[in-house]
Design a protein. Structure first.
Length: 748
């Protein structure tokens, strides 16, 4: 298929203009990144967003891979001397990889099978005769193939061999395989059983010890849970439709009458299904459903990570960060407005030392000495106790905000090579506290230093395709970094790595050049960085900011390639570029149509005007101070019916986990997220969202909390799916039970 046909095909699939698809592919082939194309090439794409551009990239890659496979298959069959015009036409017209492989299957080199052994015994002519299903004496014909030399000693052996050949023909028939595939997709049941003797050891999978449900409706998280149980050696899984339905489909396709030959074909059909087709299609279904479950789980992870990365930053403030602890004390660090470590110490306000007065003095001294504007407290062990201690310091200035910060992944960062490189002379406790403080100031800049899988916002992240997961997470990090923009004179190497076009080597070169030559004074100076070519500069420059640089637009998202447009606007209004930025009335005089060219259109010009209004604007929401309920610090403080403020820490397919300040997240099951029935929790909640919840159930011993966001907690939604009646095992009734079963499976 020609590339032009591909462009049209993708355009129809994504419901976008074909020309936009063609131009996008051309840009991608030329090395342009998704963020760059989306932001700076709107005229070429028809203003396609990042999602559409990524979809185009993925589809053209898939179609090109199909073409490579198509060429390989045609070459292989041609070399065998079996390529007919009809077969070539079918291969050329195949639209999926599955269809291609089905057509190739009869010609694909294979290991020695029962059918090949039967063919070696000379039984293929008998199989051909029987498969035609004409009326003849089957036994008499079979006798003609008896041979001591070929070890065909009886008519039954001859017929058995013929049926094995027919069974393989049936299993390799592309039409039959597609019909069987459809049957599995529509009517297969997935069965889960516990392995004998594994009941106690595999207790965490007890809900799946005797479970069945339609494959078409199994949720991704449940499928991944069952597969994990199978992989860990506690469960066996079977995916199959009713045998009678499958046999009926095949007989309708291959059995042509009721004579002796047809009866032999009927026996071959049953053998083909049981021995060849069922295992083959079941394997396909396992791969297909696993891929689908992976994609859904990864999508959940991607959505959560995006919300977390784009959390509201406190901004450039002097911060006192505390990593709480009881016996080992609370690590305290003071950071300046750029996140630089100024001083560190340890205080012991809690048991067993209980040096509270001394700790108060240290906190106050640090606040005064370093002009502290905010205090960040990690949400781990002793968090609420430390928060209460800090808030209880009577003479602490009220204007200093005290904020509890999610510290997930801080310990991973503190022991990482990145942290050792940043703070070679400090131990992990200092590094962890610094990470907590910096995360408050700018979550994005700090979180890019941590493997996303360690941040705690995923679902079954260790069970999904790891390469697929890595690519998806890298892409969302890149998207977020470029959406916000990066201050080139203060950004870490890790943050710069995700800027469009850069990568690890250039990011390191930029930091090294900055350290050796001082801050960049203009975007043009970036061209002096080793290995910074014009193409890379084009991709990266618009996303890099230089505040206080030589050119006023260096601090904005206006690309250097468009500076001349703004300079023309300024000249036409009798002003300087800086005047256009500061004077709204001057901007109102600009007639954008005057600056439209064959290359630059209104989409780019409108973007420029918006950027002049708020140069380098941060797309993230303004920071709002959040405070947990005072007096509720431990799980034992909770009471049924309590209404509490909380922060969403993770969203999964089955609900949302909410931090209510008691060191243990509570679960709001999907059925308790809204007064109305919802299918996807993301319709209602996002990671880092501030919510109000009601405590429904508390199990202090097992540290499990069930919460609700309904006005009337526990009420049944008016609209919702009917309960399945065919299942042997009911769904967990208790929300805490759901927490115990599912949380253990996704959170490592």
């Amino acid at each position: 298929m020609s590339e032009q046909k591909y462009f049209q095909k993708i355009a129809e699939l994504l419901k976008v203009p074909a020309k936009g698809v063609e131009n996008t592919v051309e840009l991608l082939d030329g090395g342009a990144t998704v963020p760059f194309i989306s932001r700076y090439r709107k005229e070429m794409t028809g203003s396609l967003d990042e999602v559409a551009i990524a979809d185009i990239r993925d589809n053209i890659t898939r179609l090109r891979e199909m073409d490579k496979r198509r060429e390989t298959i045609l070459k292989s069959i041609k070399e065998q001397g079996k390529l007919t015009q009809e077969l070539e036409k079918k291969i050329q017209e195949a639209e999926t990889m599955t269809a291609l492989e089905d057509l190739y299957l009869p010609y694909k080199p294979k290991r020695r099978t029962k059918a090949t052994i039967a063919k070696e015994k000379g039984l293929e002519p008998l199989a051909t005769l029987i498969f035609a299903q004409e009326k003849f004496d089957v036994q008499a014909e079979a006798e003609k193939f008896l041979s001591e030399e070929k070890e065909v000693k009886s008519t039954e052996e001859a017929l058995q061999g013929a049926r094995e050949i027919i069974a393989e023909w049936i299993s390799e028939d592309s039409v039959a395989r597609e019909k069987m595939r459809t049957l599995f997709k529509e009517k297969a049941i997935i069965y889960s059983k516990v392995l004998t003797g594994k009941e106690t050891e595999g207790e965490k999978f007890k809900d799946y010890f005797d479970w069945k449900e339609p494959l078409v409706s199994v949720p991704s998280h449940r499928l991944l849970a069952m597969r994990r149980g199978e992989r860990e050696g506690f469960l066996t899984l079977d995916i199959t439709p009713e045998k009678e339905d499958a046999i009926a489909v095949l007989e309708n396709n291959f059995v042509k009458g009721n004579n002796e030959a047809a009866k032999q074909v009927s026996l071959a059909v049953e053998d083909s299904y049981k021995r060849l087709l069922k295992p083959s299609i079941e394997t396909e279904m396992r791969l297909l459903t696993k891929k689908s479950a992976d994609e859904k789980a990864i999508q959940v992870f991607v959505q959560n990570l995006r919300e977390l990365l784009l959390s509201s930053p406190l901004g450039q403030k002097s911060i006192l960060a505390l990593d709480p602890g009881f016996r080992t004390g609370c690590k305290v660090v003071a950071l300046d407005k750029q996140g630089k470590l100024l001083e560190e110490t340890v205080i012991y306000p809690h048991e067993p030392q209980n040096r509270k007065r001394e700790a108060e003095a240290v906190v106050l001294a640090f606040c005064q000495k370093h002009s502290i504007e905010a205090i960040a407290i990690g949400n781990g062990t002793a968090s609420r106790e430390t928060e209460a201690f800090v808030r209880g310091i009577e003479i602490l200035p009220k204007e200093i905000a005290v904020i509890v910060v999610n510290e997930s992944g801080a310990s991973v960062y503190s022991a990482s090579e990145v942290a050792r490189e940043e703070f070679p002379d400090y131990d992990v406790t200092v590094r962890g506290a610094v990470s907590i403080g910096r995360r408050l100031a700018d979550p994005l800049a700090e979180l890019v230093k941590i493997d996303p899988k360690s941040i705690g916002v995923g679902q079954y992240q260790h069970d999904v395709d790891q390469m697929l997961l890595k690519n998806a997470l890298d892409e969302v990090v890149m998207s977020c970094v470029n959406a916000v923009g990066v201050e080139v004179n203060t950004a870490s190497k890790q943050l710069l790595t995700y800027v469009s076009g850069l990568g690890p080597m250039l990011a390191e070169n930029i930091v090294k050049f900055r350290n050796e030559n001082g801050p960049f004074k203009s975007r043009k100076d970036l061209m002096k960085v080793p290995r910074m070519g014009e193409k890379v500069f084009e991709q990266a420059a618009g996303f890099l900011r230089i505040r206080g640089g030589k050119h006023p637009l260096d601090a904005s998202a206006v690309h250097p390639e468009s500076y001349h447009i703004v300079e023309s606007m300024a000249k036409d209004t009798g002003a300087e570029v800086s005047d256009l930025i500061s004077n709204k009335e001057l901007r109102r005089k600009i007639d954008l149509k005057k600056y439209v060219t064959e290359i630059v259109g209104l989409p780019t010009l409108n973007d420029i005007l918006q950027e002049l209004d708020k140069p380098g604007r941060d797309p993230r929401k303004s920071f709002e101070v959040f405070k947990f309920q005072e007096g509720v610090e431990k799980i034992s403080d909770l009471r049924i019916g309590m209404k509490l403020p909380g922060i969403v820490t993770n969203v999964t397919n089955f609900g949302a986990f909410v931090d209510i300040g008691v060191h243990q997240d509570g679960l709001v099951h999907v059925s308790e997220l809204s007064n109305q029935f919802i299918k996807d929790p993301n319709e209602v909640v996002k990671v880092q969202q501030k919510v109000q919840v009601t405590v429904m159930e508390v199990d202090v011993n097992r540290k499990r909390i069930a919460l609700s966001m309904k006005d009337n907690p526990g009420a049944v939604s008016q609209k919702g799916p009917k309960k399945r009646t065919e299942e042997k095992v009911s769904e967990p009734k208790d929300v805490n039970e759901m927490l115990s079963i599912l949380k253990s499976k996704w959170k490592s």
